[in-house]
Design a protein around this ligand. Sequence first.
Ligand SMILES: Cc1cc2nc3c(=O)[nH]c(=O)nc-3n(C[C@H](O)[C@H](O)[C@H](O)COP(=O)(O)O)c2cc1C
Ligand code: SF4
Length: 503
Amino acid sequence: MTFPAHRIRHPLPPAHWPTREDAARARWFSPIRIGRQLTAAERTWVPAMVPWRATDDGVVTPEVLEWYARFAEGQPGVLVVEATGIRDVASGPLLRIGDDRFIPGLQALVETVRERSRGRTRLFIQILDFVTVRRRPEPERFFGRYLEITDSLRAQLALWLDDRRWRDRSESDVREFLLGADRVTIETVLTDRELEALDYGYRERVWDVHLPHIRDLPWVLPGLFAEAARRAREAGFDGVELHYAHAYTMASFLSRLNARTDGYGGSREHRVRLPLEVLAAVRARVGDDYVVGIRYLGDEVIEGGSDLDDAIRFGVRFAAAGVDYLSVSKGGRFEDAKQPKIGEAVYPYTGESGYECMPTVLSDARGPFGRNVPLAAAIRRAIRSAGLRTPLVTSGGIATFDQAEGILARGEADCVAAARQTLADPDWFRKIRLGYGDLVRRCEFTNYCEGLDQRHKQVTCKLWDRKFEPGDPAVRLASDGRRRLGAPSWSPPGEAGGDAPAG
Ligand SMILES: Cc1cc2nc3c(=O)[nH]c(=O)nc-3n(C[C@H](O)[C@H](O)[C@H](O)COP(=O)(O)O)c2cc1C
Ligand code: SF4
């Protein structure tokens, strides 16, 4: 791995915590209007985090409710529910919103957050689409079954082996030969995409327009997103966040790598077309008074991918089209991901772009803290110059009150989000606001949680695990029986429930 270029271990930034009175005057704890009607009580924000706690049918479970209840107890201004699939297709323990039968579970989630935040937290749900990504196959399976034996493959074999008879050999002969063939032969006769399917697992691109379901994405997605947003509104969410970031369908439409030639790829104007059409369809379905936000990339951080210049122009277009907020992320693409083990799927946070999405303390000279703020700041400047007031949300390595206040004071963003720090201590916003900042359990930014996400295991924080006696019946454990499933609970001194286990 060649990133980060310098492997410097950075200490956590020093933390100075405000008094309760100072916090009351702080920008971070001041209200903000989002959209036409909604006000968030503070500019503290928990961005989407998938905890792998839904059923395999995508349904809300008691563990999902507990996960969001715990964040709600910290009373952030905004809490965004994890990436939730807009299609009703099998996708493991990822939440779904692709059918009306998911509404009751999501309604329970909304009620839980309202109750546990005492009505203080605004709740949005991130909705996403993704295309097929398969696990890396056993070579026996790949050559025995998955690989399509085409005339062009036979022709390549005939050429490479200098034997015309390969043009007419049976499918089973070709499969058997390839299974025993050396690497040079395999690399020579397979196409790049076939080789990728062997080495990384088969992965679709949004520009694979020879596949009818990919060709039709521009006709299908606006309706799917709009229906998902309608369900979000019916379930009681305060808004929807369109997931246009990271490795998924909509980010891939925005990508400079998108080579579609049907008016939905190539030039910037064509790449932003479907994302704008989806936004318009969602807006038409949920109305002007409902919050519709977008999370997208300030930089893809991959070779040939979109950069900040693209993101600035896209941001201005989204703002002009009436999006209610923009949440800026970075990287997290498949293109530079590490090769997975056989039987595992490629994970978009293992390459440099993944590092930039969730930077760790092992970093280059710039370090991981607030590393992505300049992207949001540049996009915000352009949007303001265009005369638009759309709020911007920044995230990435934000772990102290001073960082957040500085970002807001300098006008780099309007809301400041923290994912991992809030995972480490879901109460941290409330602790700071009430003057108990010195009790914040500080994230170490070493990505134990991300490792769990990679393996689709129930996500927990390594810091919680240290907080219980093994065998304590009051503490709920993850399905492997070794990790605490929820953060230890906290209440301000003098308030009941301080030591009660969150379970
Ligand atoms: C376990 C885990 C799951 C995540 N899931 C999502 C997700 O569903 N959608 C999303 O946009 N970002 C997701 N992210 C990225 C975070 O929202 C955030 O952008 C990133 O962690 C950087 O912020 P931080 O430094 O405050 O953690 C996830 C991050 C983690 C650690
Ligand atoms: S597991 Fe590590 S990186 Fe993740 S939230 Fe906990 S301390 Fe932070």
